[in-house]
Design a protein around this ligand. Structure first.
Ligand code: OGA
Ligand code: MN
Length: 282
């Protein structure tokens, strides 16, 4: 039997239903899942309990694997699998993970097309906190009033790692602060992304520092209003993790963030990424 999908909310999210676990690992399933990720932004596989090898197989079957931040991990497993954890024995630089508490898109400051999708499987679910939220930047753009869409045409935002770290800068130990904040990745992107499909989405999140050609306070206020707009309940989804859950989302059409959690919860997620095929275009 083929796998089936059920909608979670009107504008975002599908849940996968299967009879035989093996049905998830076929080439047809990989194509159907990729299409569903593009259509519904977030696809949830409840309690699938993937091994790393299985997660890498699905990742590779859906596209080209890409490694985002593996060098920050003291790896005890495959180097294409990033362990999202606040445990300093595995992740000696927790800043990157603390930065996930703020709405963002992955890989947006790196000099390559933004990754198409991020895949997370839950190894240790926290008892308190640590849900992941997703906000569809396609639905957010589509839902804007016509005159606001018009006002965003042609605007560009400057994205930087430094901007994304500003909410946690004073929590970085002083001896590391300048080195961490000095990660000099800066990239300009159109605020409205017209994808090759013709659909449009917003390119926003905590990496967006200011709008080119606008006074900084006014541009920042606009970026924050757009984040708030995209995060409204109609366009967003909160996933509460159960051990073994596996979630894939369209990183080119969504922002995401983790609800804060404490290191003592032991929360552990295994992450892989699929390369993007399109640069952000106006
Ligand atoms: C990430 C990320 C969210 C989470 O690893 O890029 O944003 O809930 N993770 O752990
Ligand atoms: Mn992320």
């Amino acid at each position: 039997m083929a796998i089936r999908f059920e909608d979670i909310k009107e504008h975002i999210g599908s849940r996968v239903v299967w009879d035989d676990r093996a049905d998830i690992f076929t080439p047809e399933a990989a194509r159907a899942i990729r299409a569903k990720v593009e259509e519904r932004t977030v696809v949830v596989f409840p309690e699938l309990d993937l091994t790393d090898a299985e997660q890498l197989a699905i990742t590779g079957a859906m596209g080209e694997k890409v490694r985002l931040t593996a060098r920050n991990n003291v790896q005890s497993n495959d180097e294409d699998v990033y362990q999202v954890t606040l445990d300093e024995k595995i992740n000696p630089q927790p800043e990157y993970v603390l930065g996930t508490f703020f709405w963002h898109m992955d890989g947006i400051t790196v000099d390559m097309p933004p990754p198409f999708a991020t895949l997370l499987s839950c190894r240790i679910a926290p008892a308190v906190g640590g849900e992941t939220e997703f906000a569809s930047t396609y639905a957010a753009y589509e839902g804007l009033p016509a005159e606001e869409k018009q006002a965003l045409e042609g605007l560009k935002a400057v994205h930087s790692v430094r901007a994304s770290l500003s909410p946690i800068a004073d929590a970085i130990p002083e001896k590391h602060r300048e080195r961490v904040l000095g990660i000099g990745l800066v990239k300009e992107h159109p605020l409205v992304w017209t994808h090759e499909s013709g659909r449009k989405s917003l390119v926003i999140g905590t990496t967006a520092d200011h709008i080119v050609g606008m006074e900084v306070p006014a541009g920042r206020a606009m970026l924050i209003r757009l984040q708030e707009w995209a995060a409204q309940p109609a366009f967003s989804l909160r996933h509460k993790w159960t051990k073994g859950d596996f979630v894939i989302w369209d990183n080119t059409g969504a922002m995401h963030r983790a609800i804060p959690y404490d290191k003592s919860t032991g929360r552990m997620m295994h992450r892989t990424s699929i390369a993007g095929t399109e640069a952000v275009a106006a």
